[in-house]
Design a protein around this ligand. Structure first.
Ligand code: UDP
Length: 497
């Protein structure tokens, strides 16, 4: 068991952290990395999941078991039928539409009682809860055991701060012109963006009430945990901390927990490609020559948009790995792929249909660029592996992540998309044409001065990311401070009055 750098002293009470990830693949992954990071420092961890979600992350559960880290996966039964959800809708990516989102969150809230019962039966009482910020119901569990509760929000510092300012000032209200530019007041530096790109709350039946409850829950939290590191985002984290008058712990990039290819490949769903085949393909390519294209776990380009991406990649004349999600496979795209495209790009294109071992791919020296939808995890994984990015935001806070990468850090090239698609609502337009894909790939992979400087900047940031996670680094230290903080609270609670 890898616990040489244990946070717990021999005489201090044992720590037991209860982690409640979202039932959404993209943001579950960092919480499992978090569980392994904590456990590798001697903290006992319970990860709360449901049977279908546990089945999807079986590879990582098996690896955790084999590693003998003190992590217990607790699988609760998800009450679909009670809230009127179709049976099997245990993950956000299986919801028929975002009108089911509120029922889905209600079903999550029903996990509170079984979780309390489970924890009461454990020999080691819980020391704290770290739950995804949408799981407001974990407040009741924390109060039952009189333990602190921290929210993990799954976003970066830049977007978290901007989102906070936008929501507090209700800047998203009464938008008549999506292209009208607004300045974000009180941001640490000048930040302006078109109203149509402002982060707002996800819509759907009943969601307004939920977001009210979320706002009311904020003061009851004992702190916020963010997957980022100080060298990347200290400026925004400090401002956010002041704005909410709460401690914010930066403990990332957590993907760097995964050191060997097998661990990297085991993150999330079962990969749709054999890891060794993927590595052999990458080994056959020149260093920094391959562009990796993936839009995360929920952004969903329509079939004609996928065709434009493929044609743009073909025209770029560069090697590529292109991930087409299981949910985006359609007879139309399959037909187009098999009727000539695959054959034409066979020598330099690898198409993964389904789930890709993303961090394993990004960590390979053959990768020279990452075309990303700018989900925070993907963005941070790009930074941590030192890979420059083509930014193609879709929705949510992704346009803000693009701003950070392209305008602030200057480690990305924008594909040029201006219009937000809405999560859960099929967009009907082709937003990016093949020539724009080709242009962005050429600009990113360019060997000229701009390209070389961009590469240097992102590599330097990647090194800082690794340092942050090593002993003596800021994120490593913050994890120690977080655990010690919980330990202090626990000791005070156990002390005789
Ligand atoms: N991911 C992966 N393989 C895939 C698609 C996604 O491993 O084929 C992982 C990726 O490495 C990241 C997460 O899923 O950790 C996606 O999270 P992100 O915040 O980037 O986007 P979301 O899916 O939440 O939109």
């Amino acid at each position: 068991m890898a616990t040489q750098n244990a946070i717990n002293g021999r005489d201090s009470p044992k720590l037991h952290f209860v982690l409640v990830p979202p039932m959404a693949q993209g943001h579950t992954i960092p919480m499992i990395d978090m569980a392994r990071l904590l456990a590798s420092r001697g903290v006992h961890v319970s990860v709360i999941t449901t049977s279908l979600n546990a089945a999807r992350i079986k590879t990582v559960i098996d690896r955790v078991k084999a590693s003998q880290l003190p992590i217990q996966f607790v699988s609760l039964s998800f009450p679909c039928s009670i809230v009127g959800l179709p049976e099997g809708c245990e993950n956000i990516d299986t919801l028929p539409s975002n009108d089911h989102l509120k029922s889905f969150l209600d079903a999550c809230a029903l996990l509170g009682e079984p979780l309390i019962l489970h924890l009461k039966e454990q020999k080691l009482p819980p020391s704290c809860i770290i739950s995804y910020f949408c799981h407001i119901w974990t407040g009741d569990v924390a109060r039952e055991f009189r333990i602190p509760r921290f929210a993990f929000n799954g976003f970066g510092g830049f977007s978290t701060l901007c989102r906070h300012i936008v929501l507090t000032n209700e800047l998203y209200k009464n938008i008549s012109d999506e292209m009208e530019v607004v300045v974000v007041p009180g941001f640490p530096h000048h930040l302006e963006l078109p109203k149509g790109q402002l982060p707002s709350n996800v819509g759907g039946r009943g969601m307004d009430k939920f977001f009210e409850e979320l706002k009311e829950d904020q003061p009851r939290l004992d702190g916020i945990i963010i997957n980022t590191f100080d060298d990347l985002e200290a400026l925004y984290i400090e401002s956010y901390q002041k704005a909410i008058a709460k401690k914010v712990w930066t403990i990332g990039p957590m993907s760097l927990y995964n050191k060997d290819a097998a661990d990297m490949a085991a993150r999330g769903n079962l990969a749709s490609i054999d890891g060794n085949r993927c590595l052999r393909w990458l080994d056959s390519m020149k260093p920094s020559s391959v562009i990796y294209v993936s839009f995360g776990s929920i952004a969903s380009p329509i079939p004609p948009q996928l065709v434009e991406i493929g044609l743009g990649l073909e025209a770029s004349n560069r090697p590529f790995i292109w991930v087409i999600k299981a949910g985006d496979k359609s007879p139309e795209v399959e037909k187009w792929l098999s009727e000539g495209f695959e054959e034409r790009v066979r020598s330099r294109g690898l198409i993964i249909r389904g789930w890709a071992p993303q961090v394993m791919i990004l960590s390979h020296p053959a990768i020279g660029g990452f075309m990303t939808h700018c989900g925070w995890n993907s963005t941070l994984e790009g930074v941590a592996t030192g890979v420059p990015m083509i930014t193609w935001p879709h929705f949510g806070e992704q346009f803000l992540n693009e701003k950070l990468m392209v305008e602030v850090l200057k480690i990305g090239v924008a594909v040029g998309v201006k219009k937000m698609t809405r999560w859960g609502i099929k967009n009907s337009e082709v937003l990016v044409k093949r020539k724009d894909v080709q242009k962005a790939v050429s600009a990113l992979m360019d060997e000229g001065e701009d390209g070389v400087e961009r590469k240097k900047r992102v590599r330097k940031m990647g090194e800082k990311a690794r340092k942050a996670m090593e002993e003596g680094g800021s994120s490593y230290g913050n994890m120690t401070l977080l655990a010690k903080h919980v330990q202090r609270l626990q000791t005070n609670m156990l002390a005789p009055a």
